[in-house]
Design a protein around this ligand. Structure first.
Ligand code: GLN
Length: 188
């Protein structure tokens, strides 16, 4: 299986290296041809406004949207979650706008309010894993087609809907591939 990482802006290389740890092939995705050559896609963390703008400039937005609607497995981390959301709190414009969630950007405050916690996650990890939040969003609302996966302090920070997985945090910045394996085994 070949896992692509959308490579317009954000923590692309961290995801590619993380994929290598599982033994799968991780490739950069910048064109429609790249999208056609992958089995699954990761939308990295970064700045959703910048990635969204680049998606439009490169004319990838509609193509990618259609691929995901047609079933391409996709995992959005942090900014990637925002790109996939159908609603963004306080903003009129959305990006891919596919997943039935409403997200709040920078929900924990500024860069200085970034944090790491350790949690054992029911049905996903038996041992505590590091969860890294960097100017992270969380999910404020979701429709009944969405399965909530992880709450931290009452806020929803991971969820799935059909072929789409989203996390507010960054497993790719740790050595622990539990969450990537979850994506591969449960979504792909
Ligand atoms: N705050 C960023 C945004 O709104 C997301 C941060 C991240 O991906 N770590 O797009």
């Amino acid at each position: 299986m070949i896992i692509g990482v959308l490579s317009l802006q954000g923590d692309v290389i961290e995801h590619i290296n993380h994929i290598k740890k599982t033994g799968y092939i991780g490739v950069e995705v910048k064109t429609k041809q790249d999208i056609d050559a992958i089995d699954a896609l990761i939308l990295p963390g970064g700045e959703s406004t910048a990635i969204g703008r680049l998606l439009r400039i490169t004319e990838l937005e509609d193509y990618l949207k259609q691929k995901i609607i047609n079933g391409l497995p996709v995992w959005g981390t942090c900014a990637g979650m925002i790109l996939l959301a159908k609603n963004i709190d306080g903003e009129d414009k959305v990006h891919l706008g596919i997943m039935n969630i409403k997200v709040k950007r920078n929900a924990y405050g500024t860069q200085l309010d970034s944090f790491i916690i350790q949690r054992t996650i029911e049905n996903i990890s038996k041992n505590p894993i590091d969860m890294i939040f960097i100017r992270a969003p969380y999910i404020e609302e979701f429709s009944e087609t969405v399965t909530p996966l992880i709450y931290v302090d009452g806020n929803l920070v991971a969820a799935k809907e059909n072929n789409i997985l989203v996390t507010s945090f960054h497993p790719e910045l740790t050595d622990n591939t539990t969450f990537l394996n979850y994506f591969i085994n449960e979504i792909c």
